[in-house]
Ligand binder design. Structure first.
Ligand code: IPE
Ligand code: IPE
Ligand code: MG
Length: 259
């Protein structure tokens, strides 16, 4: 394994893209790409557990992916069930807790049941929380949160003026999870595709041309190395900017004005 970077993200979110292109490049059917992609998901989850990255979120099926041919949607659903079933013992052994975010109610009953059983079996896992985003769409998530908050106001449990960022967070599917520090998108597309629009506000974004089925341990380590080199500011200044300004003889007031 390449050298371990000194600064690791606490939460990595991944838009696993490029399964179809991977298959086409090999003269295979798209479904073969989805099968190979499941192995990448396993490999990356294993890396996180080993490295001590406590949360990994994988975008597995979006609310827009229903627009694909019925046969592909069916394959994706069965691939997902297979993934959860096949790896359940490994999850248990490796301290992985599986959680799902998204409109789970809108999934086929068999998939819902597999998610329920996996969540139940792995609930005590403490090493890694593996969050699978399924029938997930950030716009639907935010709409759902707004509805729930409105219902609480209607019941008289909450005053509109008391709604703050914490209230909003509590009603998102990701309640209780930290925001992602690093967003990885494979296969080169520079877009979010309706993924975690609220939670990614300050994530570092890493886009690689590597297609998801080829994204394994080495590629993941490269992304982590790149993350370690990034300088996160959260709207402030570089950690040494204040000192530099002092050396330049600028007043504290000028610095606080941010110039
Ligand atoms: C990602 O690969 C898998 C899902 C979105 C479910 P794609 O199937 O989107 O692969 P491309 O983008 O067509 O190559
Ligand atoms: C994003 O990939 C969704 C998932 C990875 C589940 P898509 O392939 O669906 O995204 P677009 O259509 O290129 O934006
Ligand atoms: Mg795609």
């Amino acid at each position: 394994m390449s050298e371990l970077p000194d600064k690791l993200p606490r939460h990595v979110a991944i838009i696993m893209d490029g399964n179809g292109r991977w298959a086409r490049a090999r003269g295979l059917r798209r479904n073969e790409g989805h099968l190979a992609g499941a192995e990448s998901a396993r490999a990356v989850a294993e890396c996180c557990a080993e490295l001590g990255i406590p949360t990994l979120t994988l975008y597995a099926f979006s609310t827009e992916n229903w627009n694909r041919p019925r046969s592909e949607v069916r394959f994706l659903m069965s691939n997902l069930r297979k993934f959860l079933k096949e790896h359940r013992d490994d999850f248990l052994k490796n301290g992985v807790r599986v959680a799902a975010i998204g409109d789970v109610e809108g999934l086929p009953a068999a998939v819902r049941e597999e998610i329920r059983a996996t969540q139940e079996a792995t609930r005590d896992g403490e090493k890694l929380t593996l969050v699978v985003a399924l029938n997930y769409g950030a716009r639907r998530e935010i709409t759902h949160a707004v509805r729930q908050i409105a219902a609480r106001v209607q019941r008289g449990e909450l005053e509109p003026g008391d709604i703050d960022e914490a209230t909003v967070r509590e009603h998102l599917y990701t309640a209780g999870l930290p925001d992602p520090d690093l967003l990885i998108r494979t296969a080169g597309e520079m877009r979010l595709s309706n993924f975690l629009l609220y939670q990614l506000s300050y994530a570092e974004i890493y886009v690689t041309e590597t297609l998801w089925p080829d994204f394994r341990r080495e590629e993941f380590m490269e992304a982590l190395q790149e993350f370690a080199r990034r300088e996160r500011r959260f709207g402030g200044l570089k950690p040494d900017a204040g000192t530099a300004a002092r050396h330049n003889g600028r007043s504290a007031r000028a610095r606080s004005r941010g110039r």
